[in-house]
Design a protein around this ligand. Structure first.
Ligand code: ZN
Length: 165
């Protein structure tokens, strides 16, 4: 059975040790037993296991939806591997075309690349920060910094080649 996981939503929490710095928990559903696991985004490097059935929650084999700006920054900063971010919107036809290609990349490169999706309608501040002028735009971050970007719908193989992932 394939152990894929889906990040369904996030809930902010306060970490007293960080002096009230707002951290973000990512809710990761274990597809082996369907239990929701709450993880700080900073624990992405720790290879966490499901609290109920101990199945490995990683590698991520499906795109992760980014729910807010804080989560985005934490994902980019803490990602244990290169992270490919798809900036998209629901009204965008080419975004729909490229979506299954990104699913394919997430599946084929599970453990090597994390695929994340940013809805530019719900997170315009994130799209603005990275100067997104057309969608879909896909950006690869390595060690917290942008390393490559490409715009427009294309097959998974072209995305991988042009982003060098
Ligand atoms: Zn489980």
């Amino acid at each position: 059975m394939e152990r894929a996981i889906v990040t369904r939503n996030v809930r902010p929490s306060l970490d007293a040790r960080a002096g009230g710095h707002r951290l973000v928990d990512v809710i990761v559903q274990c597809l082996a037993c369907a239990r929701d696991n709450r993880l700080p985004a900073a624990r992405l490097r720790d290879k966490p296991r499901c609290a109920a059935c101990k199945a490995a929650l990683f590698p991520l084999a499906r795109p992760v939806s980014v729910a807010n700006s804080n989560e985005f920054e934490e994902l980019v900063r803490n990602s244990p591997s290169p992270i490919l971010v798809d900036f998209w919107a629901s009204w965008c036809g080419p975004c729909k075309t490229v979506a299954p290609e990104l699913e394919k990349l997430a599946r084929e490169r599970a453990g090597k690349v994390i695929v994340a999706k940013v809805d530019t309608e719900s997170l315009p501040e994130v799209a603005g920060r990275y100067g997104i002028r057309s969608i879909p735009t896909m950006i690869v971050f390595r060690d917290g910094r942008e390393s490559a970007r490409v715009s427009g719908a294309m097959p998974a193989s072209d995305i991988a080649e042009r982003l060098a992932i």
